[in-house]
Design a protein around this ligand. Sequence first.
Ligand SMILES: [Zn+2]
Length: 364
Amino acid sequence: MTCGLKGGCYISKSTSNISKKFQDILDGKKVDTPLVGTVTTAGILDLMDISGACRPEADRNPEQMAKLAASLHTDAKLEVIRIPFDVTVIGEALGCQIDPGTKARTPAVLTHPFEKSPEEFEIPADLLERGRIAVVMDAISLLKNDSGLQVPLVAGIEGPADLASYLCGMKLFLKLTLKKPEIAKTIIEKCIDTCIICANAYLLSGADAVVIADALSSPKLIGPDAFRQIIKPALIRFNKSIRGHSILHICGEVDSIIPDILECGFSAISIEENVKDLKYVIDYAHRNNTAIIGNISTSDTLYAKTPEDVRKEAFQCLDTNIDVLAPGCGIAPEMPLRNLLAMVKARDEYIEKMARVITLKYVV
Ligand SMILES: [Zn+2]
């Protein structure tokens, strides 16, 4: 079967039940084997070279974005894929100036339009027509509706704290959370309204789930108290207002806020390798019918180590009953494709090993 993208792409027949399995995982159902994929950014140079879809075009042109995303499945063999390849799309739509980056450099926020007057931020009436939001919607549509891509597609949006820091500057926003929490709360409420509008637009375009990435919500940055008082109520409202599955990614050591995160109503949580006690996090999440996605080190193992190191770390993750084996955070463009393939191979080997153990049990 070929997809409708220019140049075509191969879609494996064996993917037919992967989307169902992903839905089951997000519904909190038990599945026999874990999936392998990514819900964090993964625009890597090796895949740009193979697919011919390179940034900055792959960040700004729906066909190129869809082509590079399809390559995450066809060439990297991932079973869950994600667009876009950066975390500035909504910030750009809200008026931040963006450095569009180069093939090897991801887009970055350059200006904070409300750093002098944070109270004045209002959601633009034409939000969905601004910046690259329509590009992401069109790329989703190309991948899901036109190409018939049968692997789950996750659409990423910036979280409320990250958006607030884009709009006001990180320093000012963190200061507001301490000195004027009511103003910080008002900004977060408007940011979460923005997230709700974009999430529903992406879900309506065909995304299987949306993932909120909110690096600033990490306990080491905003702190657990401000997370509970300011961010958590907004995340709860987000999940009550969207029409589909949602995933939350917060960077760093999130152990101290895991109970709060789990009360927000996400279908799954994506975590980094920096969590102190992975087994505690997974067991706690599973008791709350929430799936865990992660958590192979991106900055260390996937970026700089060997496929054998990836295999070892993947087996450690799989031993703790992870639901989707995945990079712990966004992947650097220079990360070698061989390490992503090693992650997939490790999952396959692990399933074979488990099947042998079960067979032996019956034979004995
Ligand atoms: Zn992260």
